[in-house]
Design a protein around this ligand. Sequence first.
Ligand SMILES: Cc1cc2nc3c(=O)[nH]c(=O)nc-3n(C[C@H](O)[C@H](O)[C@H](O)COP(=O)(O)OP(=O)(O)OC[C@H]3O[C@@H](n4cnc5c(N)ncnc54)[C@H](O)[C@@H]3O)c2cc1C
Length: 416
Amino acid sequence: MTLAQHGAIVIGAGVAGLSTALYLQRAGVAVAVIDPLGPAGGASFGNAGLLSPDTAVPIALPGMLRKVPGWLTDPLSPLSVRPSYFPRALPWLLRWIESGRLSRVLAISDAMRALHRESLGCWQELLGPALYRDLIRPVGQVQVWEGAADTANAVVERQVRERHGIRCEELNADDLGQMFPGIAREVTRGLLVPGNGFTVSPQRSVQTLGELFLQEGGVLINERAMKLIPCEGGGWMVMTNVANRSAEHVVIAAGAWSGQLLDPLGIKVALETERGYHAMLFSPEVMPALPISNKTRAFGVTPMEDGLRVAGTVEISGLDAPPNEERAKILVQHARRMFPALTGAQVRYWMGFRPSTPDSLPILGAAPDRPGLHLVFGHGHFGMTGGPPSGRMVARLITGQAPGIDPTPYAAQRFR
Ligand SMILES: Cc1cc2nc3c(=O)[nH]c(=O)nc-3n(C[C@H](O)[C@H](O)[C@H](O)COP(=O)(O)OP(=O)(O)OC[C@H]3O[C@@H](n4cnc5c(N)ncnc54)[C@H](O)[C@@H]3O)c2cc1C
């Protein structure tokens, strides 16, 4: 079949694909990235921008089973499953509940920690010092709670932090009032995690990866990959909507859509989309200095260069259902409750598709039994954090270098 045109083709120009593409290119591989939307057109556009090397708590935690009936009956709860989609999501949900057993949670948290702790270092490597200073704020994050009661999973979260020696500082209502003038008095407790940080613009951060990729000789192709076909004698052909493109290596980094490219090859992965929303408040009356995650109401606010981003919620209803903007409106209500001075800001609503696995770990490395095909997707709630270290690890595996992190916990084979 056709001679390989590129050393590697990366499918998807989100944070995962562009990180992989840049690391591969810097290791001497000629790389093309294919994406009809260009850089940051997917989940990487509108996430909350939290960069969390010191976060190692998976999403599925003990005791989730009893919450399932509530998710099905309340479409506006922080986590909802559209009833008509429930039968399709069921196998994934069962695996998700299984991942929430304490013994699994601790093993998963070890793998999350191994990947996430490299996050800020990888962003710095990818962006270089000046762009890193412009885009990234390694200044901490704060979690807060309302009232005296612990959330159900506080004990597990504490256990994970202690297991990994993660530094944190407890805050009372007075501390919070000083750090965040105007915060409601019902927010009574907080935790500062100084090792975490955020980006002032997820969109610009990922677009900057795209610009660096182009400046350093990469090729960006605005096409949709339709099917992957193995070539006789090695390599792959990517049939796109308008062309056939071939390469020795193909990397699937198509976020929540990655499973659609693997299905025709008979490779099944446990990938579901947890849709999430943001409300962007432009010219807000309040701008906290650090991101705040409200654990009682399951939402967060992040100070960004173009306003205050209120983000959160999980909605399991597949890739095709239209957005439910009511979920984004609730985020605004939550933010106004936490900061009553937030009254008149102009708002933009957005929905994005988190590419999620049941165990909160991405799927990284070689595709099973398919030489030359590689996987970098499934980062769920943590792609801005885990995308760059994942890209580095997979680029090292492809170019025959030591991966730096044990790749075993992220292998696709774990779902067989
Ligand atoms: C509301 C919300 C808040 C979040 N907050 C955070 C946070 O604070 N911190 C954090 O670390 N993570 C956060 N995340 C998660 C993070 O945004 C994702 O994990 C991450 O963006 C996934 O990156 P990706 O590159 O895998 O996918 P995407 O960014 O979705 O990119 C996938 C790309 O693949 C392309 N594509 C799809 N199919 C094809 C095809 N057939 N051919 C070619 N291209 C294709 C798409 O066009 C898209 O550009 C949040 C997510 C949401 C929704």
